[in-house]
Write a protein that binds this ligand. Sequence first.
Ligand code: FHN
Length: 604
Amino acid sequence: MTSRITFPAIALACSLFSYTMEAAAQVPTTMPASLNPYENETREQRDARMAWFREARFGMFIHWGVYAVPQGEYEGKRNGGLGEWLMWIAKIPVDKYKAYATQFTASNYDPDAWAALAHEAGMRYIVITSKHHDGFALYDSQVSGWDAVNASGAKRDLIAPLAKATRERGMKFGLYYSQSQDWVHPGGGKMHMQEGEGWDEPHKGDFDAYLRDLAAPQVREILTKYKPDILWWDTPVWMDKGRPIDRERANQLIPLINLVPGIITNDRLAGGYGGDTTTPEQNIPATGYKDRDWEVCMTMNDTWGFKSYDHNWKSSADLIRKLCDIVSKGGNFLLNVGPTADGVIPPESVERLKDIGAWMKVNHESIYGTTASPFRRLPWGRCTRKTDGDRTTLYLHVFDWPADGRLRVLGLHSVPDSITILAGSNSLSAQRDGNDLVISLPSSAPGSVVSVIKLQFAGPLKVDAVTLKQDDQGVVTLMPLMAEIGSHEHGSPVASAGLIRGWTNVRATVQWTFKIDRPGTFAVVADAAGQATTRLSLDLNSVKSSLGESDIKLSGASDVYEPTELGRIDIAEPGVHTLTLRPSREKEAWKPIQIRSVRVVPVK
Ligand code: FHN
């Protein structure tokens, strides 16, 4: 039965529903007590230390270095891949690479304008590469002459003025440091090479000596000089001598963290060192990480460092939705810019940052300081929340404005005191309909990309986080719009127009979470189309390939849909379960599948 409620209305007294995202991360083991400065930190101390990071939610990553001179091209050849990896890709000799540095002038570098741009975009912190894999330091290093002051046309410290400008705007300032990979200094690490290998004479050297005599002193320098709020390690090649993980190398660097009380570090120092944040790169996980702070880093096109011919830009709308998606799962978004050698942030990046800034100007309160959605999945968008004692605010990020003006919030039992749109001042009304709340919206969305509806509750929140359930026949129907997609930069499936399609990336997954009250054996049957036989696995409750991979014969045409059994699952216990469709680990065995729906059907 449907009953009509107009707001403001008296809130129902309900019990607080607590919800946590499913664990997707394996939290690494802790370091020996003597080395990890946060070993004995209490929960309260940690919360206090991470508070600014959780409040900020959105930051700017800057990849800037000598690689911006060749711009992804060496000896007339446009080398594919990441711009900042050109030296490794083309195996450029050290002296030839170093020769580019005179053209690294930073002549148009305006650190104040960079910080202003980040601030205008709504970003609350900046992380810049103090040294990337080419070993080039953007500051005056006493440890090596391969730096901006002594070796480049810039002839000055490029970090200090940015740190100042960033902090003057009330933002936090972080430094990236490539602790292991170094393609210039003797003994530095190199991806896909054995320890001690290289492609040029100057590479010869000992990795332990490199760590001791170059990396550790430089880390000491940057921590002492700039007191960064974040130290962002990267690519720990050669850091672990063997298995089980030998921490001797990481231990050369970890104690340095003590130089900056309260500093936040990431999980990329070495195997076994979790740091403070988990850092998915170029992908947004299907769900958040239980009991971990995390940050997605991502490019706007396909390179971190400037590359003249990379024009594959994500749209502003896409980036705004990605921000909402990440924050709705409890994460931060670190969005990259790759300036040119003279210090100009590409206009395409500026345009996108300004668009995001215009959206943030209206909707920022739905991002800053918010936590993960209480709903497992909402078919039309995302949700973030703020809690203040018993009071809760939900922010509904509407990606797909309903054509009939009725926004169904599945499983929302509590009644809000007020419903408003952040882009306007009018109050909205809503109706209860079974387990759901249906909000009456204006006929068209006030925002062109994502409009945010704000719901305020005076009392505790009561929500059914998981709304997919068995019907009278014991069948659970899994619709595309209820799928949680582990999205990767390229070839991630999209769920739109009632379909899951475009699934070419074997690392992308599709999962649904549902409730079972009548356990048993179930056939997983997809209404699916595809040109060839494909291979996938069904993972139950995040246990990878728990049921093994199997070959699935598809309809033979990408627009012909047929009921296709993907496999069988045994669910022994009633409760909440997650089913993940995971492409075969063998790339060639995976052929795209289009899905209209998946049914979990009891086997008699
Ligand atoms: O190799 C680097 C890459 O150049 C870039 O710096 C990214 C940013 O997260 N990290 C490494 C790849 O994971």
